[in-house]
Write a protein that binds this ligand. Structure first.
Ligand SMILES: [Zn+2]
Ligand SMILES: [Zn+2]
Length: 254
């Protein structure tokens, strides 16, 4: 397996159907050799997901926990066939990474045309950084149209390691998507979609899909810890800093 240093897709108990805390996740990521992970809790419209203030309070989290840089973000739900997302407005400035996904509890699978329109709407949204688990066979999609849009709007494409055992029937689609990304020179980000911390940073299925699709290492965001921040900085994304000032600064007027 390639030497990955980033996991682009993780959840904690806050997402309502995952089973570890952020601290446990960070510890497991550190043990796995991850330098960074993206905390992509489910958007508030998915049943059980965090309330909007959970996201706007992200500023309270230290940037690095257990030696792992935590990029605070959201896996936003695509809510309709125009690609409307459930990103809480007030939390938007506190988001370091934003991904977008189709989930059946938020938008039922429809025709290929309608499903594709929904994803295209998300791809056109300037806030979105990458599109997740497009290989899900429950949604018939026009991959060519979506990947051309990803190219045009500078989006990354996720290959989701969890899809290979959670969303059965994804493998063919994921290899096809990865192969076309390689041809179109679209960077790929791998995500484990961790819902229990033993999965974090471990990409056995996605790694094999990259082999089968002949994806060059230069296009794989997760192989170098500088690639994700470079992509985000180029989009003028604001990173959260630790809000805790030096004690002397707080009491300088006394
Ligand atoms: Zn998802
Ligand atoms: Zn997820």
């Amino acid at each position: 397996m390639r030497p990955y240093v980033l996991d682009g897709h993780t959840h904690t108990i806050a997402s309502g159907h995952a089973y570890h805390t952020l601290l446990e996740l960070a510890q497991a990521a550190n043990k796995r050799g991850m330098k960074a992970i993206c905390l992509t809790e489910h958007g508030p419209e998915l049943p059980g997901a965090p309330v909007p203030v959970y996201f706007s309070n992200y500023r309270i989290l230290p940037p690095v926990i257990e030696n792992v840089r935590i990029y605070k973000g959201i896996e936003a739900n695509i809510m309709d066939c125009t690609g409307t997302l459930d990103i809480p407005k007030r939390a938007l400035p506190r988001m370091e990474v934003i991904s977008a996904s189709l989930h059946e509890l938020c938008l039922k699978p429809s025709t290929k045309e309608k499903n594709t329109e929904a994803v295209l709407g998300a791809a056109e949204n300037p806030n979105v950084d990458w599109l997740c688990h497009l290989g899900n066979p429950h949604y018939e999609l026009d991959y060519e149209a979506i990947l051309q849009a990803a190219k045009k709007y500078n989006k990354l494409i996720e290959i989701n390691n969890g899809s290979f055992f959670i969303r059965k029937g994804s493998a063919q689609n994921c290899v096809r998507i990865a192969r076309r990304c390689a041809e179109l020179d679209i960077p790929i980000i791998l995500g484990t979609d961790t819902h229990f911390c033993t999965d974090v940073g471990y990409f056995p299925y996605a790694d094999r899909a990259l082999d089968l699709a002949d994806v060059p290492d230069e296009l794989i965001i997760n192989l170098d810890a500088n690639r994700l921040p470079a992509y985000l900085k180029a989009k003028n994304r604001h990173f959260l800093t630790d809000p805790r000032p030096a004690v002397d600064d707080v009491f300088s007027d006394f």
